[in-house]
Design a binder for this molecule. Sequence first.
Ligand SMILES: *[C@@H]1O[C@H](CO)[C@@H](O)[C@H](O)[C@H]1NC(C)=O
Ligand SMILES: *[C@@H]1O[C@H](CO)[C@@H](O)[C@H](O)[C@H]1NC(C)=O
Ligand SMILES: *[C@@H]1O[C@H](CO)[C@@H](O)[C@H](O)[C@H]1NC(C)=O
Length: 384
Amino acid sequence: MALAGLVITLLGAPLLFFSYAEAGEVGVTYGRLGDNLPDPETVSQLLVDNGITMVRLYDADEAVLTALANTGIKVTVMMRNEELAAAAASRSYALQWVQCNVSAYYPDTLISGVAVGNEVFKEAPELNSQLVPAMNNVQLALEELGLADAVKVSTPIAFTALKDTSVPSSARFRDDIAQSVMVPMLQFLQRTGSYLSMNPYPFFAYAEDPQNIQLDYALGNYKPGVRDRNTGLVYHSLLDAMMDATYYAMENLTGSLNVMQATGGGSTPDTQWSENGWGSQGQVKPAKPPRKGSRGLQQAGNGFQPATVANAKAYNNYVINRVLSCKTGTPHRPNADMNIFIFALFNENQKGQGPNDVEQYFGLFYPNMTKVYDFDFRSGNVGL
Ligand SMILES: *[C@@H]1O[C@H](CO)[C@@H](O)[C@H](O)[C@H]1NC(C)=O
Ligand SMILES: *[C@@H]1O[C@H](CO)[C@@H](O)[C@H](O)[C@H]1NC(C)=O
Ligand SMILES: *[C@@H]1O[C@H](CO)[C@@H](O)[C@H](O)[C@H]1NC(C)=O
């Protein structure tokens, strides 16, 4: 009896632990490139009212961080690319940055992450070699200030950091960054208990290649599925394929170099999907014509128009429902969590190349705080 009880206790404890672990969380990015957006206090209340529990900023703005205090919302702040060289070169700069932009607000404002730079490989490749040193100095600053457990350091990566992504298991990090930046970054992330931050956009993949990608696949619900010719795994969602491409690319680096062995880690760091989303209007350039007979394509005049309210509603609700229904695994990683940010909270009228540019229409809300379409961060299950 006693022995049986002990066995049950030993087995029961980890089961209990895992059953309470979150399968993921869905948040929003809060960009402020608009001249008609509500003030931060109002936005903070909007997030609370809509049950949004996680937000990513593109800076560390004082008014925004103050407005988010005492809301329980988890906040990721960002060090701009312009600040990265200084942070890489100087530990004292990084320390001052963390003091001014993190410690000054924590814990009233629940800062849980620092994004060091934004899509550096794509937006500022001249900084590639400074990226991991800057992350390291920010980490050292957090350790010095006793915040390293609460606040994780990462850097959002554009999906173009990967090559050969059309077959997920073939995906690799690009040669120019794989050994020089990604290997030390993966080691850093593993050592610090942080996560790789990737920005997968089925929207752009589809918009750039509607000849070969079905709309339903990009929207996460392609019944026939697409088969990975190496693994035989079948994908019904391009987002899954992009997430698995990321996992395979990481595994290729950690596997070949055994980089995790030295740190006692197992496989690869966790992941965070630091942006994804779908535009509700505007043009993507360059637009190629869609495949003939492609189902569900939305047309605007003669032009191919992937950015519609209906598509954006379908995609973003798909993402919310994935997380809320705990169906966060992928074909390659059936037990994976899914921590994901929807880009973006608002339509931003100062982004991109003018009022026709889809970049201005990724918002869940118009600047007047009316929803662009229905969604529900508490229960999901919005009728589509
Ligand atoms: C963060 O702190 C630095 C001081 O080190 C300051 O220059 C910067 O403007 C602050 N805010 C942001 C958004 O970077
Ligand atoms: C990494 O990818 C390359 C290219 O596909 C391959 O040759 C190599 O065997 C892979 N290494 C591991 C450990 O998977
Ligand atoms: C908010 O703005 C949108 C887009 O301009 C408009 O369609 C909607 O009617 C506005 N809502 C309110 C309540 O003013």
